[in-house]
Design a protein. Structure first.
Length: 353
């Protein structure tokens, strides 16, 4: 099992801490450092900065938003980052959501599966340094009846193939991810209910004539280290993640189209998911956070002492997870660094290194 670190969004007031976290992860031998984007900081600039300040750790986009860039622009960015980092870039993609896609980028949120398939196809064609010719429902290259001509990427990426990941939630998108990607970026993943995500991914791999061997199952997993494994300490640490969980389950997207709310429902929390959303959309944020089930937090995070975290990591490994991308909780940099170190020790203790 490999470990990754997810820095989230840059510009939230802790940028120096984020860099220190990335550098400590690099020192500890973590596999990858991911950066996100929504409608604030862009991930490409952050990743170039982190790559320049680290030595060995891979840098990855989690995710580049598909409506934000044309596929050939993403190919250029991927090739540039891979070159600047010495072959350490991983390309994570996602369709974002209807509010951001249409409200920020002015791109209609429709047929996301077909759009993703085309997007990846064009990127791979460009990165292979073929002349890009494509006729699809979303992109036509070059445009017909004009001065455009088929072009190929001028620069040479360090590697012939850059690993491509897709952030997917729904069953159909998961199946597509298994079919066309090299890895999956997940969220709210519970080992006890892994089939919800893993079965569609496996079906997609089989559709492409492949197995899950070599495919990177890489969920994002928040982590908090506690002094003991007593219920009171576990519940107190879970409070770190209540606002985060409530934001996604209750406030991401609209009432009719919230993909994270659907995850909570598929995990068996239909009633709770509805309550969280009702309270969040009513701007009762504290009540929404309080409505998040303790069990849901505990199943989808790593909370506890090193012993408890090691035991939970074995559960992740048992269902096929190959990379655990950690989001360390803590009010201070020291607490976040402690979480990184504890996780690295727990992987060793669990016999998963």
């Amino acid at each position: 099992m490999r470990l990754g670190i997810n820095l989230g969004y840059w510009g939230a007031g802790n940028d120096a801490d984020n860099l220190a976290v990335a550098q400590e992860a690099d020192r500890l031998g973590y596999s990858v450092c991911w950066a996100a984007e929504a409608y604030g900081s862009d991930a490409a600039t952050v990743l170039a900065y982190v790559a320049a300040k680290t030595e060995r750790i891979d840098v990855g986009s989690a995710i580049f938003q598909i409506p934000a860039r044309t596929p050939t622009m993403t190919a250029m960015t991927a090739a540039t980052l891979d070159t600047l980092s010495g072959g350490r870039f991983r390309l994570g993609l996602g369709v974002s959501g209807p509010q951001v896609s249409e409200g920020w980028y002015g791109v209609k949120f429709d047929k996301p599966l077909a759009r993703t398939r085309e997007y990846v196809e064009i990127i791979r064609k460009a990165l292979s340094r073929e002349r890009v010719v494509h006729e699809g429902a979303n992109w036509t290259l070059p445009l017909p009846d004009g001065p455009g001509k088929p072009l190929k990427l001028i620069v040479h990426p360090v590697r012939e193939e850059i690993p491509t990941y897709i952030a997917a939630i729904g069953p159909k998108n998961l199946e597509l991810t298994g079919e066309i990607a090299d890895g999956w970026l997940g969220i709210f993943f519970a080992p006890e209910q892994s089939a919800i995500s893993v079965d569609p991914l496996r079906a997609g791999r089989e559709k492409a004539g492949k197995t899950l061997d070599g495919f990177d199952l890489a969920p994002n997993v928040p982590i908090a280290v506690t002094a003991t494994d007593e219920a009171a300490d576990i519940e107190a640490a879970a409070n770190f993640f209540r606002p985060y969980t409530a934001l996604y389950v209750g406030g991401m997207g609209s009432r009719k189209q919230n993909f994270y709310n659907r995850i909570a429902q598929r995990l068996g929390y239909e009633k709770e998911a509805a309550e969280i959303q009702d309270k969040y959309l009513a701007k009762e944020y504290d009540d929404a956070a309080a409505a998040v089930p303790q069990e849901m937090i505990d199943r989808t995070t790593l909370i506890g002492t090193r012993d408890r975290i090691a035991e939970r990591l074995q559960a992740y490994a048992a269902v096929g997870v190959t990379t655990v991308n950690l989001t360390p909780a803590g009010f201070t940099l020291d607490e976040r660094i402690e979480a990184l170190r504890t996780a690295a020790e727990a992987v060793e203790q669990a016999g998963l290194a």
